[in-house]
Write a protein that binds this ligand. Structure first.
Ligand code: SAM
Ligand code: SF4
Length: 331
């Protein structure tokens, strides 16, 4: 096995797998308040089907898996799924992105099953604001669940636990310093994410802040030094404030896009392999799988998606995907 690389010689070793499009939250930048029309259960790939795809991908050279959604912890049986991935030869890293509402009660089992680490999405430290941004439904509106989830994950060793913060002008940009201080006072690893335009935004959606603006806002806390160790596979650039145990990362999808180092493919919950978050090209794996495709033919389809990877997303030039909201693309 020599590994996968795309038409621009980028090594491709990372697959993001959405296990569901459903979610117990409705974050303003991700989903409309009324939710989206959920995919039906039969549209969504079974865990067996997902494992077949991951196995074929691993044989081609994929070594890192991120489980995402929708909210991965709302899908029943997720721990067994993690255990299944951990048994696939060639998979070296298994991570999850979660809103952490259900993390505290699942963290220990997930760790035991083979999950290495989690990223937690949290855009505010204020309980009332949390309810507004995430519009929690069912058991989703209580920020304490997230905070306890983060602590539990840290204690159990799902480290580094990274906190993803989407910064929005006039909504939570007054908390940039509070999040940055958490890296000093509590050793958090905080990543500020530039808001991306997306279908699923409703009328209230505000504008994002650029990484340059974010860095400027953090100036009062001292000079940030670049932090050399780049974890995982991600696009974030990391820094440390003086005396901080934790780090501050910036994910600048728009202002300083990182397409030149992109190593990823995305699998949607209904089995479409997307070469790029922003591209509308999708390769359907579900119907071929259900039609009994051979392992070799499946690998050919995966290879096709790799070859179809565009050079870059052109988001900053106004390119905006309009076919699916974030929760349905394998965010
Ligand atoms: N439900 C999980 C969560 O929230 O962590 C996983 C899925 S969510 C779609 C994955 C990530 O996408 C989250 O960190 C979220 O903040 C981010 N996201 C969603 N919509 C976004 C947007 N319009 N711009 C930037 N990031 C976005
Ligand atoms: Fe749900 Fe995550 Fe989207 Fe928020 S960002 S609505 S938690 S999928």
């Amino acid at each position: 096995m020599t590994g996968l690389s795309d038409s621009f010689q980028r090594p491709i070793n990372y697959l993001r797998v959405a296990v569901t499009d459903r979610c117990n939250l409705r974050c303003v930048y991700c989903m409309p308040e009324e939710g989206v029309k959920w995919m039906s259960h039969s549209d969504i790939l079974s865990y067996e089907e997902l494992l077949t795809i991951i196995r074929a991908s691993a044989e081609l050279g994929i070594s890192k898996i991120r489980i995402t959604g929708g909210e991965p912890l709302v899908r029943l049986g997720i721990t067994n799924f993690v255990r299944g991935i951990a048994q696939i030869p060639g998979i070296e890293d298994i991570a999850m992105t979660t809103n952490a509402i259900f993390l505290a009660k699942n963290a220990a089992e997930l760790k035991k099953a083979g999950l290495h680490r989690v990223n937690v999405s949290l855009d505010t430290l204020k309980p009332e604001r949390f309810k507004k941004i995430c519009r929690g439904v069912d058991q989703g509106g209580d920020i304490n669940n997230v905070l306890v989830g983060i602590k539990t994950a840290q204690e159990i060793g799902l480290n580094p636990v990274k906190i993803n913060v989407v910064v929005m002008a006039g909504v939570n940009d007054d908390e940039i310093l509070d999040f940055a201080r958490k890296t000093v006072e509590e050793g958090w690893h905080v990543r500020f994410i530039e808001l991306m335009p997306f279908t699923g935004h409703d009328g209230e959606t505000p504008s994002g802040l650029t990484t340059r603006e974010l860095k400027h806002r953090i100036d009062p806390l001292g000079k940030m030094e670049p932090y050399k160790h780049q974890w995982g596979n991600g696009p974030a650039k990391y820094y440390k404030l003086p005396d901080a145990k934790g780090t501050i990362g910036f994910i600048s999808a728009l202002s300083e896009h990182f397409c030149f180092s992109c190593s990823r493919l995305r699998l949607t919950a209904d089995g479409k392999l997307r070469p790029c978050l922003m591209s509308e090209t999708m390769i359907d794996l579900r119907e071929p799988l259900r039609g009994g495709i051979s392992g070799d033919k499946l690998k050919e389809l995966i290879q096709l998606a790799v070859t179809a990877k565009p050079m870059e997303h052109h988001l900053s030039e106004g390119n905006k995907p309009n076919d699916r909201p974030f929760c349905q693309v394998g965010g």
